[in-house]
Design a protein around this ligand. Structure first.
Ligand code: 5AD
Ligand code: SF4
Ligand code: FES
Length: 349
C-alpha cells in the first residue's frame, strides 16, 4: 500500500485496481492524506482561494433522488432572486475581498439566457472572476455565457456508474452530462466536475472510475463531497457517505491531478465540525464560503445540517480566514485560476 501511495505521489498515475486497493484499506489513510498534502503544497502552494457562493435560486426542474431541491420536493419554499439582489450580493462579496463569485442555482428555465447574460456582464464589471453552476444547458447557451464573460463552470458528473446514474437521475442522461462537460471545455471554460461519495449501491470500483474520469476529462477543478440523506427525498432512509471515504477520494484525486483546484466542501464540514480544515490539510486548496444573505441560505437545502445557515456573509468571511491562518496557510489575494488550466493555455499558445 505504501508503494502505491509513493507511486501516486511521484508519477501521478494509478491503475484502477490500485485506487480500489487504497480505498478499501484504511491502515494507511494518514500516509495517503500526508502525501496529498505534500502534492498540494508542491503544485498549488500554500495559498487558499476563497470563492463567494451566491445561491440565487432554488427552483429546479430535475428530480435527482438525493437532492432537496428536486422538483418533487413540495416541502421547500422556492425563490429566485432578482438581478438587483444578486448583483448586490456580488458587490458586497467584492467589498469583503473575494476575487471570485460563484453563481449557483437549481436547473430551471426561470431565467432566460438574456437575463443570465445580463447578470454575468454586471458581475464582471465588479472585477470578479465568475463561475457558473447552473446545470446542463445547450452549447449555444454555454457559448452566450462565455461571450458575456463567464470564466468557469461547475458541473459534477455525480457518479460515472451509468446504471446508478440512471437510477438516481430520472429523465436525465449520463451521455448528455458528459457532453456538456466536453462542450464547456471546447468553449474555453475552466471546467469543474466532481462526484458524490457514499451513494446507495455505489462501489469502491466505481469511485475509482470517477477519479479516472476526472483525469480523462482533463478537468481543472474537482469538488468531492459525501452524500448526506435528505429526509424530504426518496433516499431519506439510506445510510449516506462517510467523512473519511469522501476525504480519501479527494486525497487520491489530488495525487492523480496534482495541479487542479480542489475545494474543501461544505458537505464535508457538515459531517465533521473541522471538516474543511482537515480537507485543506489532505489535498484541498479552495473554500467556497456562502455570501447569500438572510433566509435564502436556509431555503437552499440540498441536504440537512448545512453549515452557516443562520450566519451572515461577514461572519463567514472572518471565520474562515481565521481558520485558514490558524493552520499556517494564507488567503490568496489573486483570482486563483487553476494552475492546470493556466499550464494548458501556455502550451497551446
Ligand atoms: N448530499 C450531498 N450533496 C448533495 N448535492 C445534492 N444533494 C446532495 C446531498 N443530499 C450536491 C450535488 C450537486 C451539488 C450542488 O450538491 O453533488 O452537484
Ligand atoms: Fe436540481 Fe441539481 Fe438538485 Fe439535481 S442536484 S435536483 S439538478 S439542484
Ligand atoms: Fe460560516 Fe464559519 S464559515 S460561520
Amino acid at each position: 500500500m505504501k508503494n502505491i501511495i509513493k507511486k501516486a505521489e511521484i508519477k501521478h498515475i494509478l491503475y484502477k485496481e490500485e485506487i480500489t486497493a487504497l480505498l478499501s484499506d484504511s491502515s494507511f489513510d494518514n500516509e495517503l492524506f500526508k502525501a496529498a498534502d505534500r502534492v498540494r503544497e508542491k503544485y498549488v502552494g500554500n495559498e487558499v482561494h476563497l470563492r463567494a457562493l451566491i445561491e440565487f435560486s432554488n427552483v429546479c426542474g430535475q428530480n435527482c433522488k438525493y437532492c432537496g431541491l428536486r422538483a418533487g420536493n413540495k416541502k421547500i419554499e422556492r425563490y429566485s432572486l432578482a438581478e438587483k439582489i444578486i448583483i448586490g450580493f456580488a458587490s458586497k462579496a467584492a467589498g469583503y475581498g473575494y476575487k471570485t463569485a460563484v453563481l449557483q442555482s437549481g436547473e430551471s428555465g426561470c431565467y432566460s439566457t438574456d437575463q443570465i447574460v445580463s447578470i454575468i456582464k454586471k458581475i464582471k464589471e465588479l472585477g470578479l472572476a465568475l463561475t457558473l453552476s447552473i446545470g446542463e444547458k445547450t452549447f449555444e447557451e454555454y457559448k452566450a455565457y462565455k461571450k458575456a464573460g463567464a470564466d468557469r463552470y461547475l458541473l459534477r458528473i455525480e457518479t460515472t456508474d451509468k446504471n446508478l446514474y440512471k437510477k438516481l437521475h430520472p429523465g436525465m442522461s449520463f451521455e448528455n452530462r458528459a457532453e456538456c462537460l466536453f462542450n464547456l471545455k471546447k468553449l474555453g471554460y475552466e471546467v469543474g466536475t466532481g462526484c458524490l461519495v457514499g451513494l446507495p449501491e455505489q462501489t469502491l470500483e466505481s469511485l475509482a472510475d470517477d477519479i479516472l474520469f476526472f483525469k480523462k476529462l482533463d478537468a481543472d477543478m474537482i469538488g468531492i463531497g459525501p452524500f448526506i440523506p435528505n429526509p424530504d427525498t426518496p433516499l431519506k432512509d439510506e445510510e449516506g457517505g462517510t467523512f473519511n471515504l469522501a476525504l480519501k477520494v479527494m486525497a487520491i484525486t489530488r495525487l492523480l491531478l496534482p495541479d487542479v483546484n480542489i475545494p474543501a466542501t461544505t458537505a464535508m464540514e457538515t459531517l465533521n465540525p473541522n471538516g474543511r480544515i482537515i480537507a485543506l490539510q489532505s489535498g484541498a486548496n479552495v473554500v467556497m464560503p456562502n455570501v447569500t444573505e438572510g433566509d435564502y441560505r436556509r431555503k437552499y437545502e440540498l441536504y440537512p445540517g448545512k453549515i452557516c445557515v443562520y450566519d451572515e456573509p461577514e461572519k463567514c468571511r472572518g471565520c474562515i480566514t481565521s481558520k485558514i491562518t490558524s493552520i499556517g496557510r494564507t488567503v490568496s489575494k489573486e483570482q486563483g485560476i487553476s494552475r492546470h488550466f493556466e499550464k494548458k493555455k501556455t502550451i497551446n499558445k
